[in-house]
Design a protein around this ligand. Structure first.
Ligand code: B12
Ligand code: SF4
Length: 422
């Protein structure tokens, strides 16, 4: 079949994320013998025209659209990002009768709501490498796709059970490198070694995207893919694993292999703050880790407990000091205004962030409420949202009594600290 895969994200905040997930799906689809064409709208100025030209020359039998962001997660002046994707679906419809299949992290959090909002034909929640080719096989022989795992169909409640690829080592080599030619070599190339997170923080949507069980790619397979990316000219990587340091034994193995291969790369990652193991941090530095994201979110022990964080401020401090000792830059994150927050706990968090050797600090006000999270349940129980609210439109938890004060307080802090941002 002719399969057109469109990466719909055109958002440039923070970094330009290459559509790694869609590259995986593209490689798995190609491996099943289909003719695959990728269209990354981030690299096209006029996407109406690019879509038209691509569809008219390629004549796809199926169109897959990857949806990364729903909104920017910023409470004050939140930007809802799905309307551009709605236009993309409309352009595809006007040029082609091919069925439109949705997928991606953003889609996976809201599979029914996004399918309805965008008026696409179907969607796959979670990883697409296995189910998408299975869907193509059914479409090719004109069989009913209903019942395929993780598949949602427009207008039908019937849906197969959610499944996860068990051992990522079972996947064909990711093959993402086959789709790199269009990209600037100076980009922070996303790289994945693990999926899933068991930590269950109260507000986090990861379980709906990747599940709660950590599934690891074999270190040898991960290095093979990295070798391909290095050979293609990439020297900067961003490990998109939810928590690079969990489990630490696996993280150490990845670092050792990067060192042994002599890749001489720079990389960034997301680090669970409570597990600052000095041997690991030392290895990370040797392997080229230049910066980590340290999402401790609060400096108040009571609030950390409310968020179901499994670390204390003292453990965060230990991690932060070790990172500084080994020359790894740190971007700290604070998320203020959630359940139980008071003026005192906010001031405690701000002072805590100030006391750490952080290179940059990002302060968020309000917490985006995602479906099926403890935070959503708390918000519903407190009457802030309805129990059946789909939460697609950006919705935030904020203690109203401190909202205005918090805005002013954060504004004042930011004005005094050039390395802090909102
Ligand atoms: C790493 C990461 C980042 C890094 C990116 C680094 C880089 N170089 O790429 C950083 C920290 C920079 C970042 C920034 C942001 N991020 Co971010 N990020 C993530 C994270 C943790 C992983 C994304 C990833 O690369 N996954 C790995 C790939 C392989 O998986 P995947 O894309 O999901 O693809 C799989 C499936 O979804 C599926 N699939 C994908 N496409 C398709 C298509 C079809 C047709 C099918 C069938 C299947 C399919 O198959 C793929 C392979 O299995 C996710 C959370 C998560 N666990 O998903 C959040 C996440 C995507 N980010 C999110 C957000 C909001 C942001 C920011 C807007 C935050 C901000 N205000 O700055 C920015 C936006 C950046 C941008 N310009 O777009 C949200 C999006 C939800 C929402 N509310 O919109 C997420 C989901 C986190 C959350 N809060 O829940 N992010
Ligand atoms: S550690 Fe990160 S990915 Fe895991 S549940 Fe907490 S916020 Fe989500």
């Amino acid at each position: 079949m002719h399969v057109l895969l469109i990466a719909a994200n055109t958002e440039k905040i923070n970094v330009l994320p290459m559509p790694l997930g869609l590259h995986y799906v593209a490689a798995a689809t190609q491996d099943k013998g289909h003719d695959v064409l990728m269209l990354d709208l981030m690299t096209h100025a006029d996407f109406r025209q690019s879509i038209s030209e691509t569809i008219n020359s390629f004549r796809p039998d199926v169109i897959g659209i990857s949806i990364r962001n729903i909104d920017d997660q910023v409470m004050h002046g939140a930007r809802f990002l799905l309307d551009d994707v709605k236009s993309v679906v409309g352009y595809c419809r006007s040029d082609s009768a091919a069925p439109i299949v949705l997928g991606g992290a953003g889609y996976s959090i809201f599979p029914e709501a996004v399918l309805t909002y965008l008026d696409a034909d179907m969607g796959i929640q979670g990883e697409g490498e296995l189910v998408f080719p299975q869907l193509l096989e059914r479409l090719e022989r004109r069989a009913d796709p209903a019942g395929l795992p993780s598949l949602y169909l427009k207008g039908r409640r019937l849906q197969g059970e959610r499944t996860y690829i068990r051992g990522l080592g079972e996947l064909p080599a990711s093959g993402a490198h086959r789709f790199l030619s269009a990209y600037d070599r100076n980009l922070w190339m996303p790289f994945q070694t693990r999926r899933g997170c068991p930590m269950n923080c109260s507000y986090c949507s990861t379980a709906t995207i990747e599940g709660r069980t950590i599934r690891k790619r074999s270190p040898a397979a991960a290095m093979e893919e990295m070798k391909n990316c290095v050979a293609a000219g990439f020297r900067q990587f961003y490990f998109v694993d939810n928590t690079f340091n969990l489990p630490a034994s696996y993280a150490k193995e990845i670092c050792r292999r990067i060192i042994d291969q002599g890749f001489r790369i720079s990389w960034r990652c997301i680090f669970y703050p409570g597990h600052g193991d000095e041997d690991l941090i030392k290895l990370m530095a040797e392997a080229g880790c230049c910066e980590i994201s340290l999402g401790f979110e609060s400096g108040c022990e009571r609030i950390l407990t409310n968020m179901n964080k499994r670390f204390t401020p003292a453990e965060v401090r230990k991690t932060s000091l070790l990172l500084a000792k080994h020359g790894i830059k740190q971007m700290g994150f604070l998320m203020l205004g959630g359940p139980g927050e008071t003026r005192e706990s906010v001031l405690e968090s701000l002072a805590f962030a100030d006391s750490l050797p952080l290179d940059t600090v990002k302060v968020s006000q309000g917490i985006r409420i995602y479906p099926y999270t403890t935070l959503a349940k708390i918000a519903a129980d407190e009457g802030r949202i309805r129990h059946d609210d789909q939460l697609l439109a950006p919705t935030f938890y904020m203690i109203r009594e401190i909202e205005d004060w918090l805005k002013e307080t954060v504004k004042a802090r930011l004005a005094e600290r050039p390395n802090w941002m909102a």
